[in-house]
Write a protein that binds this ligand. Structure first.
Ligand SMILES: Cc1cc2nc3c(=O)[nH]c(=O)nc-3n(C[C@H](O)[C@H](O)[C@H](O)COP(=O)(O)OP(=O)(O)OC[C@H]3O[C@@H](n4cnc5c(N)ncnc54)[C@H](O)[C@@H]3O)c2cc1C
Length: 188
């Protein structure tokens, strides 16, 4: 069983996976590569002068995989409670079990709604519906979290990436039973 499974590998999901895997959690990242991030050109990402969407997405995937996240190119079609966690079903017929699930599905809330996760009207331009999530990223179902555009945050790359990281830190902290920080020292 995975400790943390993330559905959607845009900036929100891949950033969450990076933090989860780097924290030593058994991490699954499922993505069907239909997100909005590849279409953008980014000059407002702190620390990066400018970057195209495809490079941003691919670098993020590499960072998550480098720390041990398992990236699966699949469409998640079902999400339901199972044992001590959840089972995620995919289009190919595969099933993955996870203790915690982070929804990072961008503009799409169909999977969330099918799983019984509460949604609400979005407030950002062109974002019609979002998951009803708390500031921590919790949904109405204990163990299912939401991050990034689908959680209703401002639709900007750095904000969705930061939100994914934030939600992952909250999930890691819950698994550890203590607040978690990931700080590395400057290398010589
Ligand atoms: C044309 C354009 C230009 C932009 N320019 C800028 C800019 O200059 N600066 C800026 O800050 N922001 C810009 N943005 C906004 C920015 O791209 C987004 O805010 C941000 O990248 C969204 O990240 P996300 O992870 O929330 O969603 P996404 O990147 O959309 O990622 C969601 C992922 O979930 C996957 N997914 C969804 N459902 C499933 C499922 N059932 N199974 C498997 N995978 C699933 C999708 O395939 C996708 O990969 C732009 C957006 C667009 C469209």
């Amino acid at each position: 069983m995975y400790e943390i499974a993330i559905i959607g590998a845009g900036p929100a999901g891949a950033s969450a996976a990076l933090f989860a895997a780097k924290a030593g959690k058994k991490t699954l990242l499922i993505d069907n590569d239909k997100g909005m991030t590849r279409r953008g050109w980014y000059e407002n990402f702190y620390g990066i002068s400018e970057i195209g969407g495809p490079d941003l997405v691919e670098t993020g995937h590499k960072q998550a995989v480098k720390f041990g996240a398992e990236l699966v190119a699949e469409q998640a079609t079902g999400l339901s409670a199972s044992g001590e966690g959840f089972v995620i079903e995919t289009e190919s017929g595969a099933a993955y079990e996870a203790k915690h699930v982070i929804l990072a599905t961008g503009v799409l809330t169909d999977l969330a709604a099918k799983a019984g996760v509460e949604t609400k009207d979005g407030t950002e331009p062109r974002i019609k519906t979002v998951v009803a999530a708390t500031a921590e990223g919790k949904t109405n179902i204990d163990g299912i979290w939401a991050a990034g555009t689908v959680a209703g945050v401002s639709v900007h790359g750095i904000i969705t990436a930061g939100d994914g990281a934030k939600v992952a830190v909250n999930v890691i902290s819950e698994l550890n039973g203590a607040r978690y920080v990931d700080h590395d020292l400057l290398k010589a």
